[in-house]
Write a protein that binds this ligand. Structure first.
Ligand code: NGO
Length: 537
């Protein structure tokens, strides 16, 4: 809609001109509601994508998806599934049939598996008059390329009802591979329980931004959320409440497998966490023998931390840990098992070290790689273990140095600085949800840092990636998750995916702003940060 129209440059008094413009605006608005909407046919610029692609070379004619468009795909099961996923997004809003075919032909949308400089997750997208081709070496690359294609189409493509179009894709070539292999999001399902459907909804949102790890914080003082056959009361009793005293809940093994399957269909790996030896009240309340004094404490529904500990000297503790890790590892196709290790304030240092020395080999015995919160570096991290750093600017130099030293000795790092990318931190003091112990974290602050040189003394090569944790002491449903994750989560995704050379707040905030209408089309109620130039609709 053009606000400045040459026709109004006359001698008419200012107020009349203003009224005239208002009428024009109103008329155009009425027109938009009517039959033939004035939709602009300019394609979205090729690089206007979050996370920023490694390179985007615009050029040539755009492709236009029409009722004739088909999706051609190599005859591989996974590639066909990616094509089906794309068709499921495009069909409701375009109203086109978009048949998926595995035989030849030319033009249209093509998903192609081929060797090339793509790695396991990269892709190349070529768009021109004839069609759009996404090429990748692995299906994950095709999937990420599909996310890019989605963002190159008008926001209305995300709607679930037929929209007028048109559906142009700018001409040119995008070449894209991720900076880091680990790009995660954590959901705390312990403080408040989230259903399988709620977790799936979040998975779909994470996938849009090429996040590839879903860390589930499955146990804490307030709730044990995964069925363990050999210790059934963990879930049935330990999972029976949550912060504030609600009824909580837990995942059956079938539920958990369904989350894993759904995540895999969106190319996310599930990283399950059992937090130990602290943050264990739900387990201690479920089985008296796990307590040093043999007395089960009550279930806990508050939000304090650091008051519980497994009993390090007792053998039964390790029988318990072995059973839990064995059953969880058997359910989990992913490479990692997160053993927590944060805030063990009720465990002596010697006990903490002894506990980690016994527990880490159990994770290895069941074929998984250890991840622990960075306090694990105060013990002896197992070979190949990853430490998840959740400190802040004013974490003590000593603590930072300990993590950096472990990194120099081979421990990989996942960066989750609390005063940057904890999604449970309030944006401003007026944010109705969240906490502020790590400070207020507006959108710019969460985006504007570099994982490569963040932790002094840690080699850049130790950094495996970033993860945005969402702790849920104050978060109870999908709307809450979305309000805290959007718009910060896409910034974390960009820090994990995009080359450092593409980093820059001014360009980023314009690309981020373009996501707003997409979230609106998807029914995501995000925080409209004043730092971001959202388009006026
Ligand atoms: C801390 C604590 C969690 C809290 C969270 C709240 C870590 C690793 N341990 O982060 O138990 O839920 O802060 O922001």
């Amino acid at each position: 809609m053009r606000r400045h129209n040459g026709r109004h440059h006359s001698t008419t008094p200012r107020i009349t001109r203003l009224l005239g413009s208002l009428l024009l605006v109103a008329a155009a608005g009425a027109f938009a509601v009517g039959a033939a909407p004035p939709v602009q046919d300019t394609a979205i610029p090729l690089g206007r994508v979050v996370p920023a692609p490694a390179s985007a070379e615009p050029g040539g004619a755009p492709y236009r998806i029409t009722h004739d468009t088909g999706i051609r795909v190599d005859d591989s099961r996974e590639a066909r599934q990616v094509a089906g996923y794309l068709a499921d997004i495009l069909r409701p809003s375009t109203g086109y049939r978009l048949p998926v075919t595995t035989h030849g032909g030319t033009g249209g949308i093509r998903l192609r598996l081929a060797e090339g400089p793509y790695g396991t997750e990269g892709y190349r997208l070529d768009s021109g008059h004839q069609g759009v081709t996404i090429t990748a070496a692995r299906p994950a690359g095709l999937f990420h390329g599909v996310q890019t294609l989605r963002q190159l189409l008008p926001a209305a493509v995300e709607k679930k009802s037929v929209q007028p179009g048109p559906w142009p894709v700018a001409g040119g070539t995008v070449r894209d591979t991720p900076r880091y292999p680990y790009r995660g999001a954590m959901l705390d399902v312990s403080r408040h329980f989230f259903t399988v459907a709620q977790v799936k909804r979040y998975i779909d949102q994470l996938a849009m931004y090429k996040i590839n790890e879903l860390h589930l914080h499955l146990s804490d003082d307030q709730g044990w959320r995964i069925a363990i056959d050999s210790w059934p009361r963990l879930a049935t009793y330990g999972g029976s409440t949550q912060v504030g005293g609600g009824t909580g809940g837990h995942y059956t093994k079938a539920d958990y497998r369904e989350i894993v399957r759904y995540a895999a269909s969106r190319y996310l790996e599930v990283v399950p966490e059992i937090d130990m030896p602290g943050h264990t009240d739900a387990a201690l309340a479920s089985y008296a023998e796990l307590n040093c004094d043999g007395v089960a404490p009550p279930l806990y529904t508050g939000t304090d931390v650091g008051f519980s500990s497994l009993c390090v000297p007792k053998q039964v503790t390790y029988d318990f840990v072995d059973d839990v890790i064995r059953e969880l590892a058997a359910l989990t196709p992913g490479r990692y098992l997160h053993i927590g290790g944060d805030e063990a304030h009720s465990t002596s240092h010697a006990d903490y070290v002894a506990f980690m020395d016994r527990v880490q080999p159990v994770v290895a015995k069941y074929g998984k790689t250890v991840i622990g919160w960075h306090q694990l570096t105060g013990a002896t991290p197992a070979k190949g273990a990853l430490a998840q750093y959740w400190g802040l600017d004013d974490t003590s130099a000593e603590e930072k140095a300990q993590v950096a030293k472990a990194a120099r000795n081979g421990t990989g790092l996942i960066l989750s600085p609390a005063d940057r990318i904890y999604l449970d931190m309030k944006y401003t003091e007026d944010t109705p949800l969240g906490q502020d112990w790590a400070g207020l974290v507006e959108v710019r602050r969460s985006y504007d840092w570099d994982p490569g040189d963040y932790l002094a003394g840690a080699p850049a090569s130790a950094v495996r990636g970033v993860e945005a944790p969402l702790w849920t002491e104050t978060i109870t449903d999908s709307a809450d998750i979305e309000y805290m994750a959007f718009p910060r989560l896409p910034g974390v995704a960009e820090l994990g995916w995009s080359p450092a050379a593409t980093h820059g707040w001014d360009a980023y905030k314009a690309r981020l702003a373009a996501q707003g209408p997409r979230w609106e089309a998807l029914g995501i109620k995000y925080y409209k940060s004043p730092q971001v130039p959202w388009p006026t609709s």
